[in-house]
Design a protein around this ligand. Structure first.
Ligand code: IVH
Length: 677
């Protein structure tokens, strides 16, 4: 084939791959299946291997370089990379706005601001010459950074060449490289499984990934880039506002933040801040504030800089999600299944919007990995509703009084021996239901809303009942008398009667709820439901062999084993017998094989906020009807139920043309399937 034709063919393949890449990584709108992308990539690679003379550095096949570096070289930033001033409350933001107005001689007018999330990652500069990526560099001290070209080239949202006929000859683009939360969790999970060190937070993970000398390592890390400004621009011109510049970048192939908005006046800035603060936990990446920039570039120019920060921009910070404090002690909590969890007692610290004085240390492996000692200064992280965690020890602050964390050799509550099962990181109390901690936890679970739903039996009361020796196991709950209740501290006649009525009402239950309430290890709500439906009645279930149990959807060898242990234990069966003798009862179900259920074989996804029933109920109904409920949307998803606030799952469903129901339509659908609400 003449070499012109081959060049043409190569160009077609490259352009096609770049276009798909752009749709997927920049616009977040996947258009082709991975397999097709891979096929075209392979064609390109083959053709390039046959014609090495036509290979180009900006080809999509050339993202990962062959040779690791021996060291990073330094890069001088032609235009310094400055930092931002911070505003820590609404007043500081208003002060900033007033200064801007005064300096521009526009007092009492509404300035136009570009608002953007402040991504918590690593600031980088990308230099494009004639649209081709020449160099990637870290910010460093703002004047000199490190050359990380080999690593930025591996990041799929960074184009190796730009597209458009109005790109300046020299264009330096700036932005943040970060690791999305989901990728971070997965990376740490893998590290944990491999017994390797975990990353403290997504920011450190992104920094560590960019600091690799071998680009093959970086290529395996889930990094993304969002652009938020330009530096050096030569041989060409840019539009007159910040937002328009971002639009150009997007058009040329670079990724910008889809949350960016232009607003007028500081009040609108505050609204934007509030709405993003609400959304913060649902964003797929960490942000630590909002950046407000005067949108008009001529105004920016007039405002200029002061020392290291522009006068035309400010970062309004969110409350920190990580703070430093001291580890005062480590205590050990015993859970329902006897699992012993080390809990850090901390000097109280305000983090993530609340005062935190306890944080989980997970298990002994984690304590070892952190290398933490009592008395150490530690970093505590609290993001969203996740329980607070100790993420690292502040180096060089250990005092002479520091003590090692010693795990107990017997249960701190009941004194029974503790064991670590092979392959498990968790220590367990072997006391079973002799252990007061396990008794209490088992009772708390039994009475909880999704189990027997006994109103008025809070944690404090459970404590009292067990500590006073009135109740030893869940069966004992139905034997407590009115007099015994009235003798308890802070228990009035009204509350006692209400509780007795709730206990009485709870006796009419369903097999699935009852089974879930018993708290057999690994038997969650969905599994309990499948079991109840499969066996229909208690006798059949209790007599089921391991093989029969394994026939049930959701039941694997581990669950089957726990179930068999439960049914083989005479003390467990005795508790069940006592419960039934007290009048706990449920209707037997017609035995339904899973294949005959109306939604059998379907996969549903529930996302966003459901007003009438809540997401858990929605999932419960779907499972009852035989559907699988999945956590993410794929081409195999049958239908998505989306409430207000639905984010990426909804957009993914739309992209993949998956059916979407809002809550009202979902309820209507349930009703046609015989579920009445
Ligand atoms: S503008 C001269 N916009 O915040 C203005 N910075 O404290 C330069 N950052 O080093 C920065 N998101 O790493 C800007 N939308 C955004 C940003 C942002 C995150 C980081 C950036 C910078 C630091 C300044």
């Amino acid at each position: 084939m003449p070499s012109d034709d081959i060049e043409q063919q190569l160009e077609t393949l490259r352009t096609q791959l770049e276009a798909w890449n752009y749709q997927y990584y920049v616009l977040d709108q996947p258009t082709v299946p991975d397999a097709q992308y891979d096929r075209v990539m392979r064609s390109l690679q083959q053709l390039e291997t046959q014609h090495p003379e036509l290979l180009r550095a900006d080809s999509p096949s050339q993202r990962v370089g062959a040779q690791p570096l021996s060291e990073f070289s330094q890069v001088a930033h032609e235009v310094p990379m400055l930092s931002l001033d911070n505003a820590f409350d609404a007043q500081e933001l208003r002060d900033f706005d007033r200064r801007v107005q005064e300096r521009l001689g526009l007092t009492d007018s509404e300035i136009e601001y570009a608002c953007e999330p402040k991504l918590d990652g690593i600031a980088v500069s990308l230099l494009y010459r004639d649209g081709v990526l020449q160099r990637g560099a870290t910010r460093g001290d703002g004047y000199k950074g490190e050359d990380i070209t080999h690593n930025v080239r591996t990041i799929p949202s960074i184009p190796l060449r730009l597209h458009g006929d109005d790109i300046p000859g020299v264009l330096e683009v700036r932005g943040e490289i970060y690791m999305p939360s989901a990728g971070f969790e997965l990376l740490n999970q893998r590290a944990r499984e491999a017994g390797e060190k975990t990353f403290v937070n997504p920011r450190n993970a992104a920094a560590g990934s960019l600091r690799q000398l071998d680009a093959k390592m970086t290529a395996q890390r889930p990094l993304e880039m969002c652009c938020y400004s330009v530096g050096l621009v030569e041989e060409g011109a840019l539009p007159v506002s910040h937002a328009q510049v971002l639009d150009c970048l997007l058009r040329w192939g670079l990724r910008i933040n889809p949350e960016s908005r232009v607003v007028r006046g500081v009040a609108a800035c505050e609204d934007y801040y509030e709405s993003l603060a609400q959304k913060r936990e649902r964003l797929p990446y960490d942000i630590d504030g909002i950046v407000f920039k005067v949108n008009d570039l001529a105004q920016q120019q007039r405002l200029g800089f002061v020392s290291r920060a522009p006068r035309w921009a400010i970062a309004r910070k969110f409350p920190a999600q990580e703070e430093m404090t001291r580890l005062l002690d480590v205590e050990f909590q015993v859970g329902r299944t006897g699992a012993i969890t080390p809990v850090a007692r901390l000097e109280p610290v305000f983090v993530g919007g609340v005062t935190v004085s306890n944080a989980t240390l997970h298990n002994s492996d984690e304590v070892q990995r952190l290398g933490v000692q009592i008395g150490d200064t530690v970093i505590v992280r609290r993001a969203g509703d996740v329980i607070p965690q100790v993420v690292s020890v502040v180096a060089g602050q250990r005092t002479a009084g520091a003590r090692e964390v010693v795990f107990p050799e017997c249960c701190p509550v009941c004194g029974s021996p503790v064991e670590r099962e092979p392959g498990e990181a968790v220590l367990r109390c072997m006391g079973g239901l002799v252990c007061a901690a396990q008794q209490k936890a088992a009772i708390r679970h039994f009475v909880s809303r999704r189990a027997m739903d006994i109103d008025g039996l809070g944690d404090k009361l459970v404590e009292q009942l067990v500590d006073e020796g009135l109740v030893e196991n869940v069966a004992g709950l139905y034997r407590v008398s009115r007099e015994q209740l009235l003798n308890l501290e802070r228990m009035g006649e009204k509350s006692a009667d209400k509780l007795l009525a709730a206990l009485q009402a709870s006796k009419q239950t369903s097999l699935a709820r009852f089974l879930f309430a018993l708290g057999v290890r690994e038997v969650g709500e969905a599994t309990a439901l499948s079991l109840a439906r499969y066996f229909g009645n208690w006798e059949a279930l209790a007599a089921a062999t391991e093989e029969q149990l394994l026939e049930v959807d959701d039941v694997g060898p581990v669950v089957a084993d726990h179930l068999r242990q439960f049914f083989d234990s005479s003390s467990s069966l005795e508790v069940v017998a006592q419960l039934r003798a007290s009048g706990v009862t449920w209707p037997d179900l017609e035995r339904v094989t899973p294949e005959r259920l109306p939604l059998a074989g379907q996969t549903w996804v529930v996302t966003g906020k459901l007003e009438t029933m809540g997401r858990n109920d929605a999932k419960g109904f779907l499972q009852e009807l035989g559907a699988k409920v999945a956590g993410s949307v794929s081409a195999r998803t049958t239908c998505v139920v989306a409430g207000p606030g639905a984010g990426s799952k909804l957009s993914r469903a739309t992209e993949l043309d998956v059916d979407v129901l809002d809550e009202a339509a979902f309820i209507a659908r349930l009703e046609t399937l015989g579920v009445s609400l």
